[in-house]
Design a protein around this ligand. Structure first.
Ligand SMILES: Nc1ncnc2c1ncn2[C@@H]1O[C@H](COP(=O)(O)OP(=O)(O)OP(=O)(O)O)[C@@H](O)[C@H]1O
Length: 238
């Protein structure tokens, strides 16, 4: 089944942001790379159903993510770039229970599921901790656990390593690689998608290259280095 985008265009007030995107994504590890402003986050938002395409069709395991919000919650989890934008609750246990409550589970069952998860992760003592006191890496880890609570088949990761120091990044990479879920990783950094089965390079709102990591990443890296050698962009997007 997987993720299907069929002839997708997305425009804001007539300005095209993404154009002619047709992709069928069902590999276990998918990377989406592109420079700043190329349209990666917009693509993620379309897949997640946070915005609907202007033309064309998006389907996640056969459902339209913009229309069936409940259905998509069970299929797709999102780890946003900044955990501070994702964490809503004062304590770790409340944050972890939120998704299950949204999916209709009653409070006591959700609480028990949260404790089971924290115990399995060796972090039962985190339950009552204030989310605001966690480090950036711990917050990112909490957001990942909150997504995993809902047992989605696919997780969308937006720049998952951007705010992490090297040891935390290594730990997060290890945790992610052990997951059974399909992962779609969006990044401007080729390092973040090195092990992927398939890498899609988005340039100026279009699919510029699509292949294995070995096929796509060397060319992407070359192009980014060439761009970096030139002067800064002086045009303002929009
Ligand atoms: N709602 C919106 N209104 C106006 N412009 C938008 C909107 N959403 C995205 N854009 C524009 O579309 C382009 C692509 O944005 P997007 O955030 O998808 O890029 P990106 O590849 O994720 O960039 P970055 O790596 O910098 O996060 C940018 O020029 C952005 O300014």
């Amino acid at each position: 089944m997987g993720i299907v985008l069929d002839g997708v265009d997305y425009a804001v007030m007539g300005r095209p942001i993404l154009q002619g995107i047709s992709l069928a994504l069902d590999e276990p590890r998918i990377g989406i790379v592109g420079r700043n402003g190329s349209g990666k986050t917009t693509l993620l938002r379309l897949i997640a159903g946070l915005v609907a395409p202007t033309t064309g069709r998006v389907a996640v395991d056969g459902i339209d993510p913009a229309r069936d919000r409940k259905g998509v919650l069970r299929r797709l989890g999102i780890l946003f770039q900044n955990p501070d934008h994702q964490i809503l609750f004062p304590t770790v246990a409340e944050e972890l229970a939120f998704g299950l409550r949204q999916m209709g589970q009653e409070a006591r069952a959700a609480e028990a599921a949260v404790m089971r998860l924290l115990e399995a992760e060796g972090r039962a003592h985190w339950a009552g901790s204030a989310t605001s006191t966690l480090s950036q890496g711990q917050k990112q880890y909490l957001c990942l656990q909150a997504v995993l609570m809902m047992e989605p088949g696919t997780i969308l990761l937006d720049e998952p390593f951007a705010a992490l120091d090297l040891p935390t990044r290594a730990r997060m990479a290890r945790r992610l690689s052990s997951l059974a879920q399909r992962l779609v990783t969006i990044s401007h950094d080729p390092e973040a998608v090195v092990g992927c089965d398939r890498v899609i390079w988005i340039e100026a709102g279009r699919v510029f290259a699509d292949g294995t990591a070995n096929e796509v990443l060397p060319a992407f890296q070359d192009a980014m280095q060439r761009l970096g050698a030139g002067d800064a962009d002086i045009d303002i997007a929009g």
